[in-house]
Ligand binder design. Structure first.
Ligand SMILES: O=C1O[C@H](COP(=O)(O)O)[C@@H](O)[C@H](O)[C@H]1O
Length: 257
């Protein structure tokens, strides 16, 4: 079990009047990071979540960013995915395709969906193997601090139980320290079969945005950002970034802080 005190990295907590204001700020933050990483390293690797995050990204696919972002340099990955067909209503890939990817010209070869023909274990092995090949060919760098792949930006959501990706408080995947990608067959949130990045990979990202909106997340946000010393840590409290972790909260989610 993980107990408070949580890991500390450079962390900024941004609070906005409304979810719409979060969407506006998140679009600018993401577009600015895209410009920085494309200038510095020639590409921008972005790791998406499912859930409400995709809708909150909606301003990024509108003007001015739709035209100004260099989408040709983007590489898209998923921090977690439900092991269902890619055209299933529960697929994070389908959600992202409908709400985001179909609206901008990211080269299809730069979009790394899971292999939906495999078992959960097989899909996790396959995704990790493909990541290892991208690292070997230097498409994705390795963190010199941890030895795990270092993605440029992870866009994460949080569930009311404090889960991030498919790392749930009551499941052992949150403690995995060696694998890059693991699987779960009994997710407490449906659908049960999923694959997920592990914490060593999540916490090796250069930048992480935790995007949390809505009153149902107010108590969990407080428990994560101000954990009681000695109490068990929720998974979201274990997120850290190599460069900066930025929380994007609306007034409702921030109401208990
Ligand atoms: O099941 C999942 O849940 C989390 C949180 O989703 P939200 O709708 O509460 O924002 C999401 O980040 C994850 O990718 C997804 O698979």
């Amino acid at each position: 079990m993980a107990f408070a005190t949580p890991q500390r990295c450079k962390t900024e907590v941004l609070k906005f009047e409304s979810e719409s204001d979060v969407a506006v700020a998140l679009a600018k933050y993401t577009a600015d990071l895209s410009a920085k990483f494309v200038k510095d390293k020639g590409s921008f690797s972005v790791v998406l979540s499912g859930g409400s995050l995709i809708d909150t990204l909606r301003k990024l696919v509108e003007s001015p960013y739709k035209e100004s972002v260099d989408w040709s340099k983007w590489l898209i990955f998923w921090v977690d995915e439900r092991v269902v067909p890619l055209d299933d209503k529960d697929s994070n890939y389908l959600l992202a395709t409908r709400g985001f990817l179909s609206k901008v010209p990211i080269p299809p070869g730069n979009i790394y969906a899971i292999n939906d023909k495999l078992s959960p274990e097989g899909a996790a092995d396959n995704y990790e193997e493909r990541l290892r090949r991208l690292v070997a060919s230097k498409v994705i760098p390795v963190s010199s601090a941890t030895g795990f792949p270092k993605f440029d930006l992870m866009l994460l959501g949080m569930g009311p139980d404090g889960h991030v990706a498919s790392l749930f408080p009551t499941r052992q995947q949150r403690y995995e320290k060696k694998r890059w990608v693991t699987f779960i067959t009994d997710s407490p949130k449906p659908p049960p079969p999923r694959i997920t990045f592990t914490f060593p990979v999540i916490n090796s990202a250069a930048e992480i945005a935790m995007v949390v909106t809505g009153p149902e997340l107010a108590n969990t946000t407080k428990a994560v950002l101000h954990p009681h010393r000695g109490s068990p840590l929720l998974p979201a409290a274990e997120v850290s970034a190599e460069e900066e972790l930025t929380w994007f909260l609306d007034k409702d989610a921030a109401s208990q802080l």
